[in-house]
Structure formats: C-alpha cells, structure tokens
Design a protein around this ligand. Structure first.
Ligand code: 13P
Length: 254
C-alpha cells in the first residue's frame, strides 16, 4: 500500500520568537506549490504555535507541537494539554523525543500515558519517537531496544479505525551529529519496526493507520538515498529544516 510521504520539521528550541515567525513566513511562501504530493508539517516551539497558525492559514503546511502532557487539565504547572494544542491549531504532536528522554528523564511509561491521552481525547496525530543510543548499538542491543521501546509505548493501546499514528525511528547517535544511517540500515530497521508493530496491532491496522519515518542528520545532500526505500514513509528533520530553501529541497527530493 502506497502511503503519502510525510516530512516533518522539528525546530526544537533553536529559534527565538521573531526568527520562528520569520521562518514560518518563508515556509508559507516557498511551499505554495510544487509539493502537493507530500504532507509537510512544522513543529515550532510551543510559545509561537498560535501565532504561526495564523501565518500558515490557508496554506499547505500542517502544524505540530514538540511535546504534550498526559492529563486533560489540573494543577500541572508548566504543562500543555492536547486540547490546548488543538485550539492553537495543531494537527500533529511529537511524543518522547530522545532529547526529552535524555534531558527531562522522560521514560516510556510517560510516553505511553501521553500517547493514550492523545488518542483518547483528540484528533491530534501522534509522532512517537524511538531510537537506540550509540552505547546500545555498540553492545549489539539495537533491535532489542527498539522492539522494547515500541512495546512499552504502544502495548495495550486501542486504535479507532480513523486514527493515524506515526513512528519516528531516530537513532540517538545520528541526531545532530552529521552521522547519517545508511539507507540500507534504515530500511532494515524499519522492517523490524514494522514486524514488531504487526505483532502488536495486526497487518491491516499497520497498513492503513501507521507510517514509519526516519530522523537523524537528514539534509538535501543525503535525502535521495531514502526516497526509493519501501518501508520509509517520511522523514523527521531537525537542523536542515531551519533554512526554508534547504527544507524545500528535502521535501522535493524525497
Ligand atoms: P537533526 O536532523 O538535526 O539530526 O535532528 C533530527 C531530530 O532530532 C528531529 O527530531
């Protein structure tokens, strides 16, 4: 089954507010036409999401958030609910990025709770991040780690028939390092991820409701290697999404 490719820009905390708005305006102009066959998403810092929603109005780019909390409302200082993200204009939300796992000690129990909340209470589409560290890879534990992360995040989750989920495979050692995975290795990993998802949900749901994307040091120079692979439904792009023209080239070449 051919799925529409999705390319997601994750701006992380790399731009201040004026720079975020300026880049959103550039995106809006650059992505006016020529990329209709792909789905393009931008995930800016939470504080500018509502403003960027106005900039992107009427255009072809979807909006996403970089994080969300697992409760609907209450005394949770500093947190943002799924409802708030929807009200601000989001259609997507990243869950469990490895930087949050590393610096904020987010674990897969929290990631599971976030995923459950997103799927139970909103029309947001979750982008669930998984990926092994260099240490795990060198110890030969890569496949085990990936399958375990998937089971912890997704085990016991019930999906309604119209709900979509995106799994982003982002090897931690490839994020922001310029050390990109070989396309063949990415394809292998995506096959393992797919098989593991089929175990959890069955083939039908995986074919219709899941997309598996890759992230980690993708740029316009190496993206072509990912374009012909069967099991890669899209990309999650960090650094190379901070320049509108570079990101446009990635989208066009995938
Ligand atoms: P880079 O593209 O900068 O390696 O970042 C990848 C990433 O973490 C996207 O979420």
């Amino acid at each position: 089954m051919v799925k529409q490719k999705i390319i997601i820009a994750n701006w992380k905390m790399k731009l201040d507010m004026p720079a975020s708005l300026a880049l959103a305006k550039e995106y809006q102009v650059k992505f006016k036409s020529g990329t209709e066959d792909k789905e393009v998403v931008v995930c800016p810092a939470t504080i500018v999401i509502a403003e960027i929603n106005k900039i992107l109005a009427g255009g072809k780019i979807w909006l996403g958030a970089q994080n969300v909390f697992w409760e609907e409302r209450g005394a949770y200082t500093g947190e943002i609910s799924v409802k708030m993200l929807e009200q601000a204009g989001c259609r997507y939300v990243i869950i469990g990025h490895s930087e949050r796992r590393q610096y904020l000690l987010e674990n897969y129990q929290m990631i599971h709770q976030k995923l459950k909340e997103v799927l139970s209470d909103s029309r947001l589409i979750p982008i669930v991040c998984i990926g092994e560290t260099l240490k795990e890879k060198e110890a030969g534990k890569r496949d085990y780690v990936i399958v375990d992360q998937l089971q912890q995040a997704l085990g016991g989750i019930q999906l309604l028939s119209q709900q979509q989920v995106i799994i982003a495979y982002e090897p931690v050692w490839a994020i922001g390092t310029g050390q990109v995975i070989t396309p063949l290795d990415a394809e292998n990993m995506h096959e393992i991820i797919r098989a593991s998802l089929v175990d959890l949900f069955g083939i039908d749901i995986i074919n219709k409701q899941f997309r598996i994307i890759y992230g980690g040091s993708v740029d316009s120079a190496n993206v072509a290697g990912f374009s012909e692979l069967d099991n890669i439904d899209g990309l999650l792009v960090g650094g190379a999404s901070l320049k509108a023209e570079e990101f446009l080239q990635i989208v066009k070449k995938l």
